[in-house]
Design a binder for this molecule. Structure first.
Ligand SMILES: [Zn+2]
Length: 344
């Protein structure tokens, strides 16, 4: 049984999940990993019986059979589970929750593709469509306050399965980082009567120094204070605060832009490892989110962060929470723009 524990000094939560140690290749090296046989892949078409029953799938036939475009299943090595008690205990100076929450795997495509630049536009759309479906469904569970949608690709990004997949973890408590960002966004709005996202997006559009590409409703740029080399952010130009607020035509537009950015990063960086995260705001109003909850549509904006993992993190990063980035974001932007222009 996992636990969500609160650290009163760091003012942050940790998920203590001993079950995670037994993940298939926790101790194996990268070279062993690469040789794993495709036919043993539990996420490939025809291997549906190797996974727990699906929670959701883009399909027109019966569940847990071939014929799907995307599939969502509970993570077998889950950090938290929905069956756990929704319960908090105080333990001296500490607080602990039973490991309650959702931990799901989205199998992004039936194709066992090792590179995301091989995905079709339709596959990008299906991926976004599935994340939107899960997000909107989990919003109905009032016990779940925080949701993290993320993709780990490659060894340096902590991925243990080669088959393209995305993870979703939903918890009864918001991460302290996400609370701080929301509170900061609220303060900015109160002071300037404009959201921090709107201010930043108009400045990037005007300055043009860091914009890699854009479309009518989205903009992709290398953030001014990028924490990682070649980090690229995609934000909505429209006031939509999470993926759940977009219609299918928005998702098609976003799919095309992400596909373009991923392809450009591959051209510039080769076969690189990366993380992708979505900046989803808290899902429910509770004592920790009530200060800004009703203002979320005004103060927050949907965004995706693509973070190449080109090197390991060290002690300074762990201690300070700050990253040392060796590539100037404006330089990264011009390299990405160059390879984008060459390809067009
Ligand atoms: Zn596979």
């Amino acid at each position: 049984m996992s636990e969500i524990r609160y650290d009163p000094i760091l003012d942050e939560y940790s998920i203590i999940a001993p079950e995670r140690l037994h993940r298939p290749d926790c101790y194996k090296s990268k070279s062993n990993n690469r040789r794993k046989k495709i036919r043993q892949c539990p996420f490939c078409v025809g291997q549906e019986s190797m996974t727990p029953s699906e929670i959701f799938a883009m399909r027109e036939n019966e569940p847990n059979s071939p014929g799907w475009k995307t599939r969502v299943i509970p993570n077998l090595y889950k950090a938290v589970k929905i069956e756990a008690r929704w319960n908090r205990d105080d333990y001296g100076v500490y607080r602990v929750w039973d490991g309650f929450g959702a931990h799901e795997i989205i199998v992004d495509t039936p194709r066992h593709l090792l590179r995301m630049d091989e995905w079709s536009k339709q596959e990008y759309f299906n991926w976004l469509y599935t994340m939107r479906a899960r997000l909107n469904d989990l919003k109905n569970d009032v016990r779940l306050v925080y949701i993290s949608l993320f993709k780990n690709h490659g060894h340096y990004a902590a991925s243990t399965q080669q088959h393209p997949h995305t993870q979703l973890i939903a918890l009864p408590v918001p991460s302290i980082d996400s609370l701080k960002r929301l509170q900061h966004a609220k303060k900015f709005f109160d002071r300037h009567s404009q959201s921090i996202f709107e201010a930043l997006i108009s400045s990037e559009i005007e300055e043009k120094k860091r914009t890699v590409a854009d479309s009518p409703s989205f903009i992709a740029f290398c953030p001014y204070a990028s924490a990682f080399a070649f980090e690229t952010a995609i934000f909505s130009k429209k006031p939509v605060s999470d993926l759940g607020g977009f219609n299918d035509s928005d998702l098609h537009e976003l799919a095309s832009l992400i596909k373009k950015i991923i392809a450009t990063l591959y051209r510039q960086l080769g076969d690189f490892d990366f993380n992708i995260t979505l900046n989803t705001p808290p899902l429910q109003k509770n004592p920790s989110t009530e200060m800004f909850y009703n203002d979320i549509p005004k103060i927050w904006r949907f965004g995706i962060r693509i973070v190449p993992r080109l090197y390991r993190l060290g002690g300074f990063e762990l201690d300070s929470g700050m990253q040392i980035n060796p590539v100037v974001p404006e330089e990264a932007t011009s390299l990405l723009r160059e390879s984008l222009e060459e390809s067009e």
